[in-house]
Ligand binder design. Sequence first.
Ligand code: AMP
Ligand code: ZN
Length: 389
Amino acid sequence: MECLNAIKVRSRSFIRCYRVLAIESSCDDACVTLLDRFSMRESPRVVDELKKTLDSTSRGGVVPAEAARHNSKNISVLANEAIARNGWNAPDTRPDLVCATRGPGMLGSLSAGYQLALGLAVAWQVPIVGVNHMLGHLLMARLSTNGNHPSFPFLSLLVSGGHTICVLSHSLTEHEILVNTVDIAAGDALDKCGRELGFKGNMIGKEMDKFLDDHREEWGQPAELELKEPMLNESHRKDVMSYSFASFISQLRRSINKYHGGNIPEDDATRARMAYQLETAIFQHMITKIKLAIRKRGLSIDEFVCSGGVASNLMLRRMLKKQLKPLGITRFYFPDPQHCTDNATMIGWTGIELYEKGYTTDLCTTITRKWPIDELLDLYGWVKKQPEK
Ligand code: AMP
Ligand code: ZN
């Protein structure tokens, strides 16, 4: 079925096909995607995807004020470019739905994208869906091109620069956080450890992973690095359902002081051995707690999603499959690397899923720095319509 024109779509009592403009601006990426929901039986067509990332290499991390300025300067330009170059600017080709990240994230960055989305919704007189960024990562795995996607209930590991959570999803709007981090996210720990080992770049964890790929001969070789997995059982605590990644940085610093006089090891082989031990130890910590969660909750779940920037790591994917298969998980879903990191396609797709269940967001809403995925509907401003048959 080809898409009807926008005016016809708006006047129909039950929307069967429509066009979506999606915006993501929760951190240092300004992203815009156009999606064509041309049929309800097939995945929407990704018509265009634009992304501009702030270069923070020289800053050693994202500075919120710079990220806000980056998004304020770029998000309208990207939206304008996407709309114009695809001819979505005529009365009968304009988007019928606007979706934008409402939280969690950096306030200045979020505000730039969300305010633009509200303005476009008003100008075009179309609904808006304010999307939870983590739900976007989670549902990205349900946007499949080959009809292969997880169905509720399923288990997820969402692992990025800002979050690391293991989530049990019962339905589109009901999510339970089984394991959360008590300090920093795994991606943040990988980036900070990578910096201690002399890696540079915008995403240091990714740079370290590329370097490891070029030094496979060092994988598993002994390294002068003493690492202990955090949050394991001890006499005073048992079965703690939490992550802690900050200690990997201090453990690495202690070993560098002890064995390398506090200096970054110069030869690549030594750095590769240390990076391998670190990466696998951090991944093992994630998996140990997923296994604990499955056991403690007596879960019988056979589908598993891993998403967020760190999910692009192939070693992590291999370790998850190897260790979770014996626990009954038979189907694994990993978005392609470009859709593991922040993108507007996941926001558009999540907006579509919510919209088709009857959810839109009121115009009198604003962004939010914190918005736990297990409190999805608790945030003010949802408008719920019963879908017509
Ligand atoms: P996000 O916050 O979802 O945009 O993801 C960014 C985080 O993912 C950063 O901490 C990156 O270093 C990390 N990351 C991206 N690719 C990889 C990779 N292949 N291996 C490990 N970490 C990665
Ligand atoms: Zn993210």
